[in-house]
Design a protein around this ligand. Structure first.
Ligand SMILES: [Zn+2]
Length: 271
């Protein structure tokens, strides 16, 4: 009984990790269609639906006096930044993270203190990537956060095992993994950010994914909801509560408001 539960958990995590590279179709290997189509019993369990990506309705509100790069394609969006429809053959065509359109070479910032747990280069849809692990002490949230940044110019700014503070530069934005296919030869320079919430600091690396038992994908915007206890709680917020004021790092790395433990992954500039 216990062993079966563990197996189910592992399978669930493996599937969630596939979503971690939601822009990275290669991670799904030969398995097609995501939820519901698997015939292997373990994969049936894996298809249980922590994987289902639901739009959260969370909207960023940036502080007055500064200009912050906005979300170009929201978590759960059916469209890309350019308004085109995402392909329906995966996860119902829903976006598994947020996209922020950026000039190539824009410094990307650690959204909280944490540790670099994986970095490397993958192919189409992922490009150069980085994973940060954020403890409850880092964020003030009652769960562990695993954040994947994609499409860096390169990942030479950090080393695996390195610790970072909120707002530290972790690399420069780029368009790796976006050239070809929909975005054409020039690609689409942006940050794609995917986040998972998990009960523990246990994780393992699998190609460009990181798997943590029991972790579930969620809208990175939820990080900025005050006093969030569980990522599923965003479903119960009122429309007003879904307007989330964004703490940020300025270009000099200072955090605003002072003491904020979570910041926007790109610096805001004074107007
Ligand atoms: Zn994206």
């Amino acid at each position: 009984m216990k062993a079966a539960r563990v197996a189910a958990l592992v399978a669930l995590v493996a599937t969630a990790a596939g979503v971690g590279g939601v822009d990275a179709r290669s991670h799904l290997g030969g398995r097609k269609g995501g939820a519901g189509q698997a015939t292997d019993p373990k994969q049936d369990l894996a298809a249980e639906p922590r994987m289902v990506i639901r739009p959260s309705g969370l909207v960023p509100v940036f502080p007055s006096g500064v200009k912050c790069p906005d979300v170009a394609s929201a978590y759960g969006a059916t469209t890309r930044y350019d308004g085109s429809r995402r392909p329906m053959d995966r996860f119902g065509g829903l976006h598994g993270g947020i996209d922020i359109t950026l000039d190539e070479g824009t410094p990307l910032r650690a959204l909280a203190g944490g540790t670099v747990i994986s970095a490397g280069s993958a192919g189409m849809f992922t490009g150069n990537f980085l994973w940060l692990q954020h403890s409850p002490d880092d964020t003030g949230l009652p769960f562990w956060v695993y954040a994947k940044y994609q499409h860096f110019q390169d990942t030479s700014a950090v080393t695996i095992g390195q610790t970072v503070k909120a707002g530290d530069v972790v690399g420069l934005s780029g368009r790796t993994g976006t050239e070809g296919r929909h975005y054409g030869a020039t690609g689409y320079p942006h940050l794609h950010l995917t986040t998972f919430a998990g009960p523990s600091d246990t994780w393992k690396r699998r190609d460009s994914s990181v798997q943590s038992p029991g972790a579930k994908i969620f809208d990175p915007m939820a990080l900025y909801v005050p006093d969030l206890r569980d990522v599923d709680d965003v479903d119960r917020l009122t429309k007003d509560q879904k307007k989330v004021t964004i703490p940020y790092a300025a270009e000099d790395g200072t955090v605003h408001p002072a003491g904020a433990r979570l910041v926007w992954p790109v610096a805001c500039k004074r107007r």
